[in-house]
Write a protein that binds this ligand. Structure first.
Ligand SMILES: Cc1cc2nc3c(=O)[nH]c(=O)nc-3n(C[C@H](O)[C@H](O)[C@H](O)COP(=O)(O)OP(=O)(O)OC[C@H]3O[C@@H](n4cnc5c(N)ncnc54)[C@H](O)[C@@H]3O)c2cc1C
Length: 318
């Protein structure tokens, strides 16, 4: 589905890893006079008489502003950080019902050198690309059944890429770095008949990594010998470290009932919210998750139109 500079099916690589994208955007913003406060969690989006008035941070600082654009997911924004009394009941109900269950995990693997892929021709170009390991459609269905039952897939679908072949800056010379996207991984694991987001520790994480390495060894049998270190990120870590509710990587499931005019929720699909001056600009809004910037670009246009009657605001790119 990718498209880079007109090349259909191509995927983009940011030198140094995906954080380079955020750093580039931050640098552009600061270059245009913006100020970024890092490690500054929002505690509350302040409102008065149905209008936004600013934000209060976890450390107690407050910033007054007539416009606030929230990049947090819709559940986090409205159920955790906005006074419920400021919201209509039907809106709160719709946000409560918004589905945001995490279903994927990530393994970042340091390799001492390239693993062997005996079934591939020597130096096959596809080894530099994004490789998927799945044995059959029925197998994918079973992997999804495991998720429904609150289990990590016994035979997961994996999508792996040895990024250091394209960007050598992400690994020491001669060594390699592999990113592995894994499905399915429920946020609320079932342990002893109880499903909970907290049902997870080192043991479960290691067990998941083992399952993934088993599945990978179908394609590269020497993978275990090549591994120097494995970093596992399950939906719980994505929630704790990145602030993604239930570890859903797209700030809300991309199911048909939550797309287009229904995203984020019916009646509020145009980046506006029941609070005047408060806008949604992240992936909970249309068209959803993915590294494409579309929700933010659309939200910026909406804000320009609504707040300035079409006039250009200082500090915004056209
Ligand atoms: C493991 C993984 C693999 C992915 N793979 C791909 C892929 O291959 N291709 C692709 O296109 N997309 C992929 N995605 C999805 C893509 O990364 C996201 O859709 C995209 O980054 C979303 O951008 P965003 O700006 O809308 O939101 P986010 O990047 O989710 O930004 C939300 C921000 O809000 C912050 N936040 C949360 N709570 C608070 C608070 N209280 N106060 C202050 N800040 C807060 C978070 O820390 C975060 O920085 C992947 C995501 C993950 C996690």
């Amino acid at each position: 589905m990718g498209d880079i500079d007109g090349g259909i099916g191509a995927w983009g690589f940011a030198r140094g890893g995906m954080g380079a994208m955020s750093n580039a955007m931050a640098a552009a913003f600061e270059d245009h006079g913006g100020t970024i406060h890092k490690s500054a969690g929002v505690e509350e989006i302040l409102t008065k008489n149905g209008r936004v008035t600013g934000v209060a941070l976890e450390d107690g600082k407050e910033f007054r502003a007539p416009i606030v654009a929230s990049n947090m997911d819709v559940k986090r924004t409205f159920l955790k950080h906005v006074d419920q009394n400021a919201l209509p009941d039907d809106f709160t109900r719709a946000v409560t019902n918004f589905k945001i269950r995490g279903s994927s995990a990530k393994l970042n693997i340091a390799l001492d050198r390239m693993p062997a892929f005996p079934a591939a021709p020597a130096h096959a170009s596809f080894l530099r690309g994004d490789m998927h390991v799945s044995e059959s459609l029925a197998g994918l269905e079973r992997a999804y059944d495991d998720w429904k039952a609150g289990r990590w897939s016994e035979k997961p679908y994996i999508d792996m890429l040895i990024a250091s072949q394209i960007d050598p800056t992400v690994a020491p010379k001669g060594a390699h770095m592999m990113t592995v996207f894994v499905q399915y991984a429920p946020y609320d694991l079932e342990v002893d008949g109880v499903r909970s987001g907290q049902n997870r520790g080192e043991t479960q994480r290691n067990a998941m990594a083992e399952t993934v390495l088993n599945q990978m060894s179908v394609a590269c049998p020497d993978i275990r010998e090549r591994v120097v270190h494995v970093e596992v990120r399950s939906p719980l870590e994505l929630k704790r470290e990145v602030g993604l509710t239930e570890g859903n990587i797209f700030q809300g499931e991309l199911t048909f009932d939550q797309l287009f005019f229904n995203r984020s929720v019916p009646g509020y699909a145009q980046y506006e919210t029941p609070i005047k001056g408060l806008y949604m600009c992240g992936s909970s809004a249309h068209p959803g998750g993915g590294v494409m910037a579309a929700p933010g670009a659309n939200a910026a246009r909406t804000i320009l139109q609504r707040e300035t009657c079409g006039k250009r605001m200082t500090g915004y790119a056209a």
